[in-house]
Write a protein that binds this ligand. Structure first.
Ligand code: SF4
Length: 241
């Protein structure tokens, strides 16, 4: 373990050790959104904003039986699609995003999904997070790190991000992670941290006692009622030197 302040090189070393442990903990870490086609993954990811994967999977089980290709989302009245995705929340905005996205897929990509960041982030409702999910999960391309609420929170707790004054700034967090996590691990790392956030590193009650990352985590036991200083990391959450 490093001393009080970490250099970027220290952070890289620690990030590699964290990735190694994550591989042992979650060898099968993958995207939890059900999908059989690239456009389904894209639409499910749009639907997952402010919703849970369970809700999205429940909704899309029926949705993808009715809508069998991107053009089908343009063939029904807007209100009908709103009704079909209502349970995922923000259904009016999501309907606009899905229809706008499907229109471009049909007009410019023959109903397929582009396999590059530049074209993906041009689609309505698609920012880097969604694009990274599609590129990493479907196309097997490590173009970036998916920073959702779990990844952002755990990156902060593990002191793997330092540029962001606002911990909700996903783009800044992603930039830091891309600097210190090996690029071939970006997709796995995203999925594994999401799994870790759901199973161990809860937002309100992280289970540091059972966390295999605790010796590498500056926030270990900080959020719990009974701190255990003996196991606490010596890494401080400061800007790297
Ligand atoms: S030690 Fe605690 S705060 Fe750190 S990653 Fe594990 S569960 Fe989260």
């Amino acid at each position: 373990m490093s001393g009080i302040r970490e250099t970027i090189a220290d952070k890289k070393k620690r990030a590699r050790r964290i990735v190694t442990i994550l591989h042992r903990m979650y060898p099968d870490a993958d995207c939890a959104l059900s999908h059989k086609k690239a456009w389904q993954l894209l639409i499910s990811t749009i639907l997952s904003a402010q919703s849970t994967d369970e809700t999205v999977n429940r909704v899309t089980a029926a949705l993808y039986k009715k809508y069998k290709k991107p053009a089908d989302f343009l063939a029904v009245p807007e209100e009908e699609l709103q009704e079909d995705i209502h349970a995922t929340g923000f259904f009016r905005q999501k309907t606009k995003s899905i229809r706008g996205t499907c229109q471009i897929l049909v007009d410019e990509f023959g109903g397929g999904v582009p396999d590059n960041m530049e074209d993906l982030v041009r689609l309505p409702g698609v920012a880097r997070k969604t694009a990274n999910v599609v590129l990493g999960t479907w196309f097997g391309k490590n173009e970036g790190v998916v920073v959702d609420t779990h990844v952002g929170r755990i990156a902060e707790r593990l002191a793997l991000t330092w540029n962001n004054k606002n911990s909700k700034d996903a783009v800044r967090i992603e930039k830091d992670l891309m600097e210190i996590v090996p690029s071939k691990e970006w997709t796995f790392f995203s999925h594994a941290l999401i799994w870790h956030g759901r199973r161990v590193c809860d937002a309100r009650k992280p289970n540091c006692e059972s966390c295999k990352l605790s010796e590498l985590c500056p926030a270990a036991f900080e959020a719990n009622a009974a701190p255990r200083k003996s196991k606490k990391s010596s890494v401080k959450r400061t800007k790297p030197q």
